[in-house]
Ligand binder design. Structure first.
Ligand SMILES: CSC[C@H](O)[C@@H](O)C(=O)COP(=O)(O)O
Length: 330
């Protein structure tokens, strides 16, 4: 069961954060121990832990470690906040912990609450979203919006998991997701771990499969969703959404309310640009001529008109401001 695959564990006796080291998957299931907030900041930056909800939960424990060790909370907050710029859950979780601290509440208690809520939220997303899946569907997903990207179950993969748990015979196609290969390494790992049928494709195969009529639905996660329904997610999401529109394939985004950023406008959102070496090298071997540079944007922006619906823990909504704002008043 998915809930066994938990990338984030808090050890209350040792006061340590234990993370599955996602850099080592699928070949090794190793753990990375964080004893300080600096360890957590490194783990987020270096993608030991990744995925919007998972980095939010980890950062909350990072701030708790700062409190436990008597470090400067405001400095720790800044360091953790500057690890990755796009996924809003990081800022949401840190702000929530800082607010708790200012109100005299233990940061550790707040972090534990955020962690437990994330498990429940992802479970609800799966239970609500699985109703959109039909028996026999082949579902395409991108990157890893799975248990490994959250505290358990995942967002997009929670929908897939619950459809499978409910006896629907589904097949999953996972985009490999260059350059970090979260689809090939993580999505394929966690789905096959549970016996959910999955096949990996190169990113440039997706259009061909759609053209052949082999994809029934597309479900992806999100790193940030604006009030108008604009979705920021792993680079390549936008291309998939355009292809889906052309081929008349439903395109769903699954995300918790903590991924919505109702305050920011498009110009406020920073798209992370990572080291170009991630693109230039494969397995330590340079594949691009020495004198040629690379673009390495980690995320892209998908406009609401390309999105069929957004699946949240509070229900399924159309990507528009009225429906999104109603979610927050429920
Ligand atoms: C549920 S996490 C958000 C995503 O859908 C996920 O696919 C993603 O973009 C994660 O990016 P990452 O760079 O691996 O942290």
């Amino acid at each position: 069961m998915a809930k066994d695959l938990r990338p984030i564990i808090w050890d209350d006796d040792k006061k340590e954060l234990i993370l599955i080291d996602q850099r080592k998957l699928p070949n090794k299931l190793e753990y990375f121990i964080c004893k300080t907030y600096e360890d957590v900041a490194f783990a987020i930056k270096d993608m030991v832990v990744r995925g919007a909800p998972a980095i939010g939960v980890s950062a909350a424990y990072g701030l708790a470690l700062a409190e436990i060790r008597g470090d400067d909370i405001y400095k720790a907050y800044e360091v953790l906040k500057n690890t990755r710029p796009t996924a809003v859950n990081l800022f949401w979780a840190l702000d929530r912990c800082l607010e708790a601290y200012k109100n005299g509440k233990s940061i550790l208690e707040e972090a534990k609450e955020i962690h437990n809520e994330d498990v429940e939220t992802c479970k609800k997303i799966g239970m609500i979203g699985e109703k959109l899946i039909e028996d026999g569907d082949t579902i395409l997903t991108h990157c890893n919006a799975g248990a490994l990207a959250t505290s358990a179950y995942g967002t997009a993969l929670s929908v897939i998991r619950f459809a499978f748990y409910n006896g629907k015979k589904i097949k999953v196609i996972a985009d490999e997701t260059r350059p970090r290969l979260q689809g090939a390494k993580l999505t394929a790992f966690e789905l096959s771990y549970e016996g959910i049928p999955v096949k990996v494709i190169t990113d440039n195969t997706a259009g061909f499969l759609m053209q052949k009529g082999e994809i029934d639905k597309i479900i992806v996660g999100a790193d940030r969703i604006l009030a108008d329904g604009t979705v920021y997610n792993k680079i390549g999401t936008y291309s998939l959404a355009v292809l889906a529109k052309y081929h008349g394939i439903p395109f769903y985004v699954a995300a918790p309310l903590s991924t919505f950023d109702l305050k920011s406008k498009e110009e406020d959102v920073i798209i992370e640009e990572r080291d170009e070496k991630e693109v230039a090298y494969i397995d330590g071997v340079r594949i691009v001529p020495e004198n040629v540079g690379c673009y390495n944007y980690a995320f892209d922006k998908t406009p609401p008109e390309l999105i069929t619906a957004i699946i949240t823990e509070k229900g399924i909504v159309k990507p528009n401001k009225d429906d999104i704002l109603k979610l927050f008043s429920k």
